[in-house]
Design a protein around this ligand. Structure first.
Ligand SMILES: Nc1nc2c(c(=O)[nH]1)N[C@H]1C(S)=C(S)[C@@H](COP(=O)(O)O)O[C@H]1N2
Ligand SMILES: [Mo]
Length: 346
């Protein structure tokens, strides 16, 4: 399915980004399997398999992409990972510093200032933690954090994060594709949408006593978006477990959508036949739609979305960067929206 460029997109200076690099043209299954195999070979090290196949070892060693390279700058527990082989999962942009990623946050359950989550989220108790997967599934699940951490192979994914407010970061997440988790629950044929529900506990989260949003924080994706390999269940960043302000112990990351789609501190995932309006849609239906794909050609009613400010790069007066269609992930996700009017479905 080709991604249909409207004349509006074609006219935009960023439209040249709607292309694929060779690794992304290789059928994904082939590419992923090859990388997976190389990774397994690398993990086996001097074991039976590689000594039986000396060329395999040489190949594995010449593939530095198999182990994570981002070093730990914080003081939290390590969460080791391999470099992701999912096409598009390793942005080459300069990483935003750990300091900026963990002190400039949106997490309204802890207050509405950017500095509130870093200041107040230490009261969040992340163990024990249970995630429930429910609704249109053959096998409803209740999973504890230790089970969740073991459920899939942890990958390092370097994603751009674009907030609807017009700022962006580049974050090295650690986690695995949401599809790994959803498949365990065996979605039924009626599962068309997926809801993500964050914890809302006023004891631990002072912001939940305010009425800025209807709690719990709820977000949602169409099932094909949820199953896309780039959609990440994140447990860590910078090679460590998530700090509370970034949505510990597990949060969603959907890199081609505005940041608010990526719900933090999730306690339930519900598969449904019909979409449910998200917290932001309820708060302001005129300003926030269901899809919220990053799109430089569709402005927010109160500001332009054509450009963005990269946090940590030059401050308020630095030149703004052009915002990319689907946040630069058009080659990977554009086909999900083929034929859709992205002005109408914003
Ligand atoms: N539960 C919950 N999830 C949330 C939010 C929130 O307020 N509550 N804010 C969203 C917004 S607006 C953004 S930009 C990202 C910010 O993620 P970060 O602080 O890890 O960069 O989280 C999103 N997820
Ligand atoms: Mo945001």
């Amino acid at each position: 399915m080709p991604f249909i460029l409207t004349s509006r997109h074609a006219a935009h200076p960023d439209s040249g980004r709607v292309h694929a690099v060779p690794s992304e043209i290789t059928p994904q299954a082939v590419y992923t399997n090859r990388r997976q195999w190389l990774r397994e070979a690398a993990l086996l090290g001097g074991g039976v398999m590689t000594s039986a196949l000396p060329w395999a070892r040489a190949q594995a060693q010449s593939a530095p992409a198999t182990s994570a390279t981002v070093t730990r700058p914080g003081k939290r527990a390590a969460l080791s990972a391999v470099r992701s082989a999912v096409p598009g999962a390793l942005a080459v942009d300069k990483l935003t510093s750990y300091e900026h990623i963990t002190t400039y946050n949106n997490f309204y359950e802890f207050g509405t200032d950017k500095s509130d989550p870093a200041e107040y989220a230490h009261t969040l108790k992340t163990r024990p933690w249970t995630l429930s997967i429910e609704g249109e599934v053959g096998r409803p699940l209740k999973l504890g954090l230790d089970d969740l951490l073991k459920l899939g192979a942890m990958e390092e994914r370097i994603y751009r994060l674009r907030c609807v407010e017009g700022w962006s970061m580049v974050i090295p997440w650690v986690g695995y594709s949401l599809s790994t988790l959803l498949q365990r629950a065996q979605p039924t044929s009626r599962a068309k949408f997926v809801e993500f529900i964050s914890l809302a506990d006023a004891q631990q989260m002072p912001g939940v006593r305010s009425s800025v949003l209807d709690w719990p924080y709820v977000e949602g994706l169409r099932i094909d978006e949820a199953m896309h390999p780039l959609t990440l269940m994140a447990f860590g960043l910078y090679g460590e477990v998530l700090p509370p302000q970034n949505g510990a112990p597990l949060r969603l990351v959907v890199p081609w959508k505005y940041g608010f789609k990526s719900a933090k501190s999730i306690v339930a995932i519900r598969l449904t036949e019909k979409p449910r309006p998200s917290s932001w849609m309820q708060a302001n239906p005129r300003e926030y739609g269901y899809f919220s794909n990053v799109n430089p050609t569709v402005d927010h009613p109160r500001w332009s979305q054509a450009t963005e400010r990269r946090i940590g790069e030059g401050g308020l007066f630095a030149p703004r960067k052009p915002t990319l269609m689907f946040n630069g992930y058009a080659a990977q996700v554009g086909s999900l929206y083929a034929g859709m009017d992205l002005r109408k479905y914003y």
